[in-house]
Design a protein around this ligand. Sequence first.
Ligand SMILES: NC(=O)c1ccc[n+]([C@@H]2O[C@H](COP(=O)([O-])OP(=O)(O)OC[C@H]3O[C@@H](n4cnc5c(N)ncnc54)[C@H](O)[C@@H]3O)[C@@H](O)[C@H]2O)c1
Length: 248
Amino acid sequence: MEISNKNIIITGGANGIGLETAKALRLQQANVIILDIDEQSLEKLKNENSEFSCYKCDITDPEDISKTLKKIIQAHNQIDVLINNAGAVKDSPLIKIFGQIEKHDIDLFERIIKINLFSVFLMTREIAAHMFEKRIKGVIVNVSSVASHGNPGQSAYSAAKAGINALTYTWANELNYLGIRVAAIAPGFTETNIVKSNMNEKLQADIKKKTPLKRMAEPSEIADGILFIIKNDFFHGKILPLDGGLVI
Ligand SMILES: NC(=O)c1ccc[n+]([C@@H]2O[C@H](COP(=O)([O-])OP(=O)(O)OC[C@H]3O[C@@H](n4cnc5c(N)ncnc54)[C@H](O)[C@@H]3O)[C@@H](O)[C@H]2O)c1
């Protein structure tokens, strides 16, 4: 798909990989619509006259999504691309075995699944319906992770990302009949808040050592992969790994 003049929604676009992707898309003349829950970062983008359309939206809340998308479609008429990028991590082992045994918190598991997986289902069902109604041959890009292979300490996050892979294959085979392309990207460790707020320095150094390229990705390198998926009309039903050669 040619990117210029397309209306592109990116969830979690106020920071990290999402923000770098938004910038790269804007450079190619896309109309970028950011949905994020982080009011402070959205406000900052507005004050910087960033040329993005910014909407505060909690993408785990069906009502908030429906209200926000109504406003967006009124303002922009049609959506050509959805990038399901928003996500969050909170590490926890299944059981803590030092001292008193502590089991993985149930609410935490549910919260991480909701943010990383349920939100993708909620957003995509709305946008797929919109694309069908308007006969738009659009593109859906899901942001998965190398953690979908199973990452110790990340039960919920790994399960959510494996779920995203399954949804990508499923929707690629459901929506192709409507001319909608669906694919995903699976980044390895990338220099963003998710990593900085969840991993101490030692863990970050260990990851770099384990990665054949001996470093983490820059958010712009992942953005590059997302733009490739949007542009390449033969990329469908596949997950693009972008992980510096890391296998976990
Ligand atoms: N950084 C990494 O190492 C890495 C690796 C693999 C995959 N990923 C994936 O990349 C994506 C982007 O992550 P990032 O690294 O840029 O992290 P980030 O924390 O910089 O950005 C995540 C964004 O999602 C937003 N968000 C969180 N919950 C939300 C909600 N309920 N509603 C709306 N917005 C919400 C946050 O406000 C934030 O702006 C995520 O899906 C993440 O799982 C990241």
